[in-house]
Design a protein around this ligand. Sequence first.
Ligand code: SF4
Ligand code: SF4
Length: 295
Amino acid sequence: MHLETITKQIIAQALEIGFSECGVTDTKPLDDESKHLKNWLKLGYNGTMKYMENYFDKRHNPALLVEQSKSAIVVLLNYKPSRTIPADKPQVSKYAYGTDYHFVVKNRLTQLLQWIQKEIMPCRGVAFVDSAPVLEKALAVKAGLGWIGKNSLLVNKKYGSMTFIGTLFVDISLHYNKQIEPDGCGNCQRCIDHCPTKAIVKPRIIDATRCISYLNKTHKGDVPQSLKSLIGNRIWGCDTCIDVCPYNKKTPPHNIPELMPKDEIFSLNLNTISKRQLKKLIMRQPQYNQSGTGS
Ligand code: SF4
Ligand code: SF4
């Protein structure tokens, strides 16, 4: 079968499985993004996230990550919720309202791989969701799924930046995207202006050591006093640069059962829940029944 036809079928199946968008690209080295990452690390903007310095060769060259891989099938899953936590309650980032997205996206990528193996041709595939040294945003851009916004998130024209990115590397050749989405930020700099801690030091350069999402989730040690008051009632992540982005205004809410907001997240009592319990709550695994339906 013609490569273009196969690729179209795979993209159609990804959408059928529930992904919001899907694009396909090659696994050649990501030179520009690697340069950007190198400079960012040199400036120390990764804080205590030392793991970002590891496996640089694999980040740069996805073909080294999964031996024999030829194609990267990149998917987006919209996570915009239909309701949000009232502003006066402890704030958890919207991506964490449901069960742990790593499982949700990986489950669907596995379904996609099994379908390819059955319907297209036998192949080997490995799925990644934020779990390995993969420059996912760069691959998504190459696959034609959006551009990197000034807040350094991937922005998709239709789904904005409230999307999870997943990548399925396969050892078969496919038809690769050639149309890169132009930068849609233009003169807008709402994310830069509204960032409470001024963590976006330049368009697309985030000083993670000032970013609330890092400070209240990943950072080890004390948070500097000067930043503490700016964190406000955000207890897990920060959505400010997402909430102000015009591309997120018209996005339709998702209808993924496993990502539906859980009531416990909306009624957190900070006097009775520890950071450890909160982490456990956020990392809950989805439950799947025999027909594959999750909750
Ligand atoms: S997540 Fe919050 S703190 Fe971090 S860059 Fe965005 S607005 Fe700033
Ligand atoms: S808020 Fe404006 S500048 Fe920031 S990512 Fe969205 S469109 Fe781009």
